[in-house]
Design a protein around this ligand. Structure first.
Ligand SMILES: Cc1cc2nc3c(=O)[nH]c(=O)nc-3n(C[C@H](O)[C@H](O)[C@H](O)COP(=O)(O)OP(=O)(O)OC[C@H]3O[C@@H](n4cnc5c(N)ncnc54)[C@H](O)[C@@H]3O)c2cc1C
Length: 418
């Protein structure tokens, strides 16, 4: 069987390679960077004194493609999370704390109990989600729900920003409904949050590289694709600068690049180009917070400030701000000051001394998931006879996440073998 060349070793390229190599196909993976993982990577940070991730990545038990991928590469046990779906929240302005606990079955009984509902919300606020189910392709989340009420501020806005990395005023209502349908609508067992136990690399990247090498795949780093040579409606060669690769008859090419990179090598490709940033920070606390508190807040949603999610692993606190268009323009020092003040408040820690903080800005974390951009997501199959697309931004029907990247890689592998 002819070789498949995959360009881009992010999760879409890795997932595609794992599927193909696992079924005996000859695979070559070409990656521009010196490491795999793309937007989902880890590295040792001397200031914090441990391996950190470029961004906190939350996955869910509903992410079936991710779980299947982890199973294939032998890393299923490297994701950890609470045995039940529980989402504690804190309103930084009022100090109010509450916990969202989805019900076990498909009927969301919790929304009918005032004690279990989010404070100041009503049953009708939750039933409004059905408006998302009937949203048209041009509708934004804010067109379907009621901006400004407590439910908006405490549930719809944080959920939309976390899932779509796009403000609800412009985020696609249909895409948010897809998330709800695959998670909350299936009950508690589909909503369990999961994070990498040690690092993203240790869970999602390194075991995949080990799997690929064990299955005879070739993996090349520091190979940036500059151009593709075309003839007869197909790719005939890959230009990596000093290194050129001619594609033999029958060989296939999977372009698993971010949308900008894909558009630069594939003339005429229409892809969503506008991006939204995510800002993350990692803080090393002088000591782990008191045990009782730590048990409650391995994951904490924050309302009414700048920080949106706080993750706690021992003495390392990691913070996430999605759809961070305004924040990303501020200096790292300013960001660190704001995020530390909120962390100290949330964890009831003294404000000084300020511990070491690493701020990471990802300006192009995902594409802007607006209705217009969602319509431009291309399918895996292209009009070139031997080129297939993969990437979280392709038309997977799911928001640009690890799940979407892995689904796209799986689809690309299927198209290649058809
Ligand atoms: C800060 C942050 C937080 C996030 N949080 C979450 C989360 O909580 N949950 C979640 O599910 N998802 C999250 N995501 C999204 C998730 O990381 C992405 O959806 C996923 O990693 C995308 O994978 P990909 O393979 O599609 O693209 P990429 O990871 O971008 O992979 C593309 C690869 O192509 C390489 N490349 C680029 N140009 C070339 C070239 N010319 N030649 C060769 N190689 C090239 C790149 O180096 C990269 O390795 C987050 C993303 C960020 C940035």
């Amino acid at each position: 069987m002819a070789r498949v060349h995959i360009v881009g070793a992010g999760l879409s390229g890795l997932a595609c390679a794992v599927h193909l190599a696992g079924t005996g196909r000859e695979v070559t993976l070409h990656e521009a960077a010196g490491q795999a993982g793309g937007r989902c990577r880890s590295y040792f940070d001397a200031q914090i004194g441990c391996t950190i991730d470029n961004g906190n990545h939350l996955m869910f038990s509903a992410n079936r493609a991710v779980l299947d991928y982890l199973e294939r590469i032998g890393a299923r046990d490297t994701l950890i999370g609470p045995p039940r779906a529980v989402f504690p929240f804190l309103d930084l302005r009022s100090g109010e704390r509450w916990t969202v606990r989805p019900s076990a079955g498909r009927v969301p009984w919790w929304i009918f109990s005032a004690a279990q509902r989010i404070p100041k919300t009503h049953v009708s606020d939750y039933l409004a989600a059905l408006r998302l189910a009937f949203a048209g392709p041009d509708a934004a989340v804010a067109d379907c729900l009621t901006p400004g009420n407590p439910m908006w501020e405490r549930f719809w806005e944080p959920l939309t920003v976390a899932a779509l990395n796009t403000a609800p005023q412009e985020a696609s209502a249909q895409l948010l409904w897809r998330v709800l349908r695959e998670s909350f609508a299936r009950g508690e067992s589909a909503c369990r949050p999961m994070i990498a136990r040690d690092s993203l690399a240790a869970s999602l990247v390194d075991p995949a590289l080990t799997f690929l090498r064990g299955h005879g795949a070739e993996v090349h780093f520091n190979r940036r694709l500059r151009a593709i040579a075309f003839a007869d409606q197909g790719a005939t060669a890959l230009d990596f600068g000093e290194h050129k690769v001619a594609l033999a008859a029958g060989e296939r090419l999977v372009v698993a690049l971010p949308p900008g990179g894909a558009a630069s090598v594939l003339p005429g490709l229409d892809a969503p180009q506008e991006a939204r940033p995510i800002v993350n920070a990692h803080i090393r606390l002088p000591a782990p917070p008191p045990a009782g508190l730590a048990a409650d807040i391995s994951l904490l949603g924050l309302i009414g400030g700048t920080t949106q999610w706080l993750f706690l692993r021992g003495e390392i606190v990691s913070l996430t701000v999605s759809a961070a268009e305004a924040l990303v323009e501020r200096s790292n020092e300013e960001i660190a000051k704001i995020l530390w003040a909120e962390t100290a408040q949330a964890l009831k820690l003294p404000a000084t001394p300020v511990p070491p903080i690493r701020v990471i800005k990802e300006r192009r974390a995902t594409f802007a998931q607006t209705p217009q951009a969602v319509r431009r997501r291309p399918p895996a199959r292209t009009s070139w006879r031997n080129i297939v697309l993969a990437g979280d931004w392709t038309d997977t029907g799911y928001p640009a996440t690890i799940e979407s990247a892995v689904r796209s890689g799986r689809t690309a592998a299927r198209v290649v073998t058809e």
